[in-house]
Design a protein around this ligand. Structure first.
Ligand SMILES: Cc1cc2nc3c(=O)[nH]c(=O)nc-3n(C[C@H](O)[C@H](O)[C@H](O)COP(=O)(O)O)c2cc1C
Length: 339
C-alpha cells in the first residue's frame, strides 16, 4: 500500500485521480474510479446545450447514487466559460444543503483561468479541498498566495488545453515539489504507466491525475471510436493547436491540422474579444460530433502524448491496482539498490 498525504486526507485507497475532461462527460468514469479506490473527478460539461447548471447537478446525483466514496469536480474559470461564477456558488449551496454531497464531494478543481474568484467564494467552506491547475511555476506562486490547498501541476505533454508556457511535467513537478513541500501536489500530464506513478511519487507528488489513460478504459463514456484511436497512437501523433481557451493538445486528424498552429496569447485574447457567441457554439459542435456520432476525423479529439504509452483499453479498476502495485515494486527496487 502506498500512503500519501492525499490518500490519508481524502480517505482514498490509491493515489490515483481521474482528470476532468470537459466538455465531455466523465460521470461513469468518476463512479468507476472512486469505486476502485482512486478519486474520480466530474468534468465541467457543456455538450448538452447551455443548461450546464442542471447538467452538473444531475452528474453529481448520479455519482452519489452509485458510490458512497469520495469524488471531486472541475470548474473552468476561463473568461469564455460564462457559467463559472454561478457554478462556483452552486456547488457550495449543494454541499451545504445535502449531507451526502458534503461528505463525498470533497475536491474542487478550478482550471483554465484564475483561482481568485473561486478562492473568495469557497473560503466560506473550510472542508472543501480547493486545488487549481497550474502549468508553470509563476502561476503556482499565484495559486499558493491565494491560499489554495493544492496544485495540479500539468505539463505541456498532457491532453486537452495547455498553457502558452510549454513546460514539461518532469521540470514543473520538480520545481513545485522543491519550492512548496508543504502543499498537496498532484502530478499530471504524460502520466500513463506505473513508471510515471513511481517517478511522480519519488519526486514528491501526493497523487497522479491521468486523462488519456482513462479515456482508453472500458468504463469511460467516450465514444468507442475515440477510445480506439489511443492504443495504436504513438507519441508523435498529437499536436498543440489553438483551442477555445488557448493552446490545446489534440490528436492529429483533419480538424487538428486545419485548425491552425498556436497563436500568441495577445492574439488569442483579441480573437476572444471579437468572438460572437455563435462562433463559440460552432466550435463546441466539433466536440459534439465526436460525442454523439464518433466522428473522429472532423471532430476535436484532445489526447496527450501519453497515448504513446498506452497499448490497450483496460478496466479502470485494473489500471488503478496494477499501476499502484507495479509502482510500489519499482520504488522498492530502487530503494533496494541504495547501500
Ligand atoms: C478530452 C480531454 C478533455 C479535457 N478537458 C479538461 C477540462 O475540461 N478541464 C481541465 O482542467 N482539464 C481538461 N483536460 C486536461 C486533463 O484534465 C489533464 O490535465 C490531461 O489529460 C493530463 O494529461 P494526460 O492526458 O497525458 O493524462 C482535458 C484533457 C482531455 C484529454
Amino acid at each position: 500500500m502506498i500512503k500519501t498525504r492525499i490518500t490519508e486526507q481524502f480517505g482514498i485507497k490509491y493515489p490515483i485521480i481521474s482528470a476532468p475532461m470537459g466538455p465531455f462527460y466523465t460521470t461513469e468514469l468518476t463512479i468507476a474510479t472512486s469505486e476502485a479506490g482512486g478519486l474520480g473527478v466530474l468534468s465541467h460539461v457543456t455538450l448538452r446545450g447551455l443548461n450546464s447548471i442542471d447538467d452538473f447537478k444531475s452528474n453529481i446525483d448520479q455519482v452519489i447514487e452509485h458510490t458512497d466514496k469520495p469524488f471531486g469536480f472541475n470548474i473552468r474559470t476561463a473568461r469564455m466559460q460564462t457559467d463559472h461564477k454561478i457554478l462556483l456558488r452552486k456547488v457550495l449551496q449543494w454541499r451545504k444543503s445535502d449531507p451526502k454531497i458534503r461528505e463525498q464531494m470533497i475536491y474542487g478543481l478550478t482550471s483554465a483561468g484564475g483561482a481568485r474568484v473561486a478562492r473568495k467564494i469557497w473560503d466560506k467552506d473550510k472542508d472543501l479541498y480547493h486545488f487549481h491547475v497550474a502549468p508553470a511555476l509563476w502561476l503556482v506562486d499565484k495559486v499558493v498566495d491565494l491560499g489554495c490547498h493544492g496544485i495540479v501541476t500539468t505539463g505541456t505533454e498532457g491532453g486537452g488545453h495547455q498553457s502558452y508556457e510549454k513546460i514539461s511535467t518532469m521540470v514543473l513537478l520538480q520545481e513545485v515539489c522543491n519550492k512548496y513541500p508543504d502543499k498537496l501536489i498532484v502530478s499530471c500530464g504524460g502520466v500513463a504507466s506505473p513508471e510515471g506513478v513511481a517517478a511522480s511519487l519519488a519526486m514528491g507528488a501526493d497523487a497522479v491525475a491521468m486523462g488519456t489513460r482513462f479515456i482508453a478504459s472500458t468504463e469511460s463514456e467516450f465514444h468507442q471510436n475515440y477510445k480506439d484511436l489511443i492504443p495504436p497512437a504513438t507519441d508523435r501523433d498529437t499536436e498543440l493547436t489553438t483551442g477555445g481557451f488557448g493552446p490545446i493538445r489534440l490528436i492529429k486528424n483533419k480538424y487538428c491540422m486545419e485548425h491552425g498552429q498556436v497563436i500568441s496569447k495577445n492574439q488569442k485574447i483579441a480573437q476572444e474579444n471579437a468572438y460572437e457567441l455563435d462562433e463559440w457554439l460552432e466550435d463546441l459542435k466539433k466536440y459534439e460530433i465526436v460525442y454523439t456520432k464518433g466522428d473522429v476525423e472532423n471532430g476535436a479529439i484532445p489526447v496527450g502524448q501519453s497515448c504513446g504509452l498506452i497499448d490497450s483499453i483496460m478496466n479502470v479498476g485494473d489500471i488503478i491496482t496494477e499501476f499502484t502495485s507495479k509502482a510500489e515494486e519499482l520504488l522498492k527496487n530502487v530503494s533496494s539498490r541504495i547501500s
